[in-house]
Design a protein around this ligand. Structure first.
Ligand SMILES: CC(C)(COP(=O)(O)OP(=O)(O)OC[C@H]1O[C@@H](n2cnc3c(N)ncnc32)[C@H](O)[C@@H]1OP(=O)(O)O)[C@@H](O)C(=O)NCCC(=O)NCCS
Length: 156
């Protein structure tokens, strides 16, 4: 266990490294959380196996209920949060926050960035709450033409 999330009510949350053994559960979680934006199988295999990726799962009562992956780019002095998701019935308990804070602790670089659909107000509120700032907009980034908001947080 890396860190318990002390603010969550009910069963405690454990944040642990994810591995390729979690492939099927995390694939299902990605499909539930992201639907039309869910990654194809090969991308999930990559994020669970490639070097320079921080991959963490959130467990409640031994069940995987959340996942985060951070891509480390040492040459750019930057990391990108590639994905973060929590099963709908486990949201608003601090699990997303616990995953992001744990991921940030593993990123030994000055800054972390992410991109998010401009309509995803739940996620944007969470990122603002954690100190991320809006730094840019990628026009028509998503396949359906929606813009992506780019956000950044200074670490350390
Ligand atoms: C975004 C997501 C990961 C948040 O996970 P979560 O576990 O519900 O987040 P937390 O409980 O840690 O939220 C922490 C804080 O963020 C803000 N926040 C998160 N979700 C919110 C919502 N639906 N409405 C308002 N504020 C919200 C609040 O400030 C919240 O603190 P509070 O509950 O004490 O008010 C989750 O909603 C999710 O999986 N969404 C679908 C996938 C997705 O969009 N991922 C992000 C893609 S970039």
């Amino acid at each position: 266990m890396i860190s318990p999330a002390s603010q969550a009510p009910g069963s405690p949350i454990a944040i642990e490294p994810a591995t390729w053994r979690d492939l099927n559960v995390i694939r299902h979680l990605e499909q539930v959380c992201f639907q039309k934006d869910a990654w194809p199988l090969w991308d999930i295999i990559g994020i669970l196996t490639l070097p320079n990726v921080v991959r963490l799962k959130a467990l409640v009562d031994g069940k995987i209920v959340g996942f985060i992956a951070g891509d480390i780019h040492p040459s750019e002095n930057l990391a990108w949060i590639a994905t973060v998701g929590v099963l709908p019935e486990y949201r608003r308990r601090g699990i997303g926050e616990a995953l992001i804070l744990a991921c940030e602790q593993h990123i030994k670089l000055p800054a972390v960035r992410l991109s998010v659909r401009t309509s995803n107000q739940d996620a944007i509120r969470l990122y603002l709450h954690l100190g991320y700032q809006k730094i840019g907009l990628w026009k028509k980034y998503y396949q359906d033409g929606e813009d992506a908001l780019v956000m950044e947080k200074a670490l350390g």
